[in-house]
Ligand binder design. Structure first.
Ligand code: DGL
Length: 273
């Protein structure tokens, strides 16, 4: 058995916010990050397309030596993860694993909410998939979930407008929409890779008493626990402390924008899916 890096996949740049936290939490491992920038965003795409694209990425990352792939993208986790885990993995390689970001986020929400009324911000795709309400219902049937699709939040971040006045307008609008009819909400999940970059705006418009669940930290911690619980997987992971980036778009473009999302050095290569 050849050891391999841990792979982190996202539709584009947003997963870098998750990778930041994973590397912070588990700095010793080797990572490869793949952003399908040429085909992003996934948030508005159909189930079939997100599944097809995500499966292609997972197979590619396996072929590059990864035994463990983290779908940092909420939309891919919502629309493709279950099928890949249940249908494809047993055929491709039952010893490899694909994990998502929704389950670890959902597991933490019970500790955060006292009113048991929880809000979720996400892309249109994530909201329509109903993945958050369904997963929360399974674990905590007493929790009521209210979702708000925020189609403008990703473009604001991608276009480096997340500090501008346009961001104020859209963030306040979506927060008002969510809270208007659901005054009992006392915590919200930022169910999209890009939203941590809007955190200052979100805090500006969200009442102080509402707690915010950001995914990066949670995914980092949950991966650490996963590797402790699964020594058979942990031993397959390379530990050189290297991070390598791949994009389906141009390397130059990736390097220009990725710095908004990732704190470390960027070593980028183009890749075709
Ligand atoms: N990465 C996606 C997510 O977390 C947001 C960007 C996209 O729509 O592709 O849902």
């Amino acid at each position: 058995m050849q050891k391999g890096p841990i792979a982190v996949f996202d539709s584009g740049y947003g997963g870098l916010t998750v990778l930041n936290k994973i590397v912070e939490c588990l700095p010793k491992y080797d990572y490869i990050y793949l952003g399908d920038n040429a085909r992003a965003p996934y948030g508005t795409r159909s189930f079939e397309v997100v599944y097809e694209y995500t499966l292609q990425a997972v197979e590619k990352l396996f072929s590059m030596g990864a035994h463990l792939v983290i779908l940092a993208c909420n939309t891919a986790s919502a629309k493709a993860l279950r099928s890949i885990q249940q249908k494809d993995l047993p055929i491709i390689d039952p010893d490899r694993r694909v994990l998502g970001v929704i389950r670890p986020s959902v597991e933490s929400i019970d500790r955060l909410s006292h009113s048991k009324h929880v809000g979720v911000f996400g892309t249109v795709g994530t909201v329509l998939s109903e993945s958050y309400p369904l997963e929360i219902q399974k674990l905590y049937p007493e929790i009521k979930v209210y979702q708000e699709a925020c189609p403008m939040w990703v473009p604001l971040v991608e276009n480096n407008e997340f500090r501008g006045e346009g961001a104020d307008y859209f963030v306040s609008k979506n927060i008002t929409n969510l809270l208007e009819n659901n005054p009992l909400i006392d915590s919200v999940i930022l169910g999209c890779t890009h939203y941590p970059l809007l955190i200052e705006k979100i805090k500006k418009f969200l009442p102080n008493y509402i707690k915010i669940l950001e995914q990066g930290d949670i995914v980092g911690k949950s991966l650490k626990e996963y590797l402790q619980r699964h020594p058979e997987m942990e031993t397959k992971c390379l530990k050189g402390g290297n991070v390598k980036f791949y994009t389906t778009e141009s390397v130059d473009k990736f390097e220009q924008t990725a710095g908004i999302f990732f704190n470390g050095e960027l070593n980028v290569e183009h890749l075709v899916l």
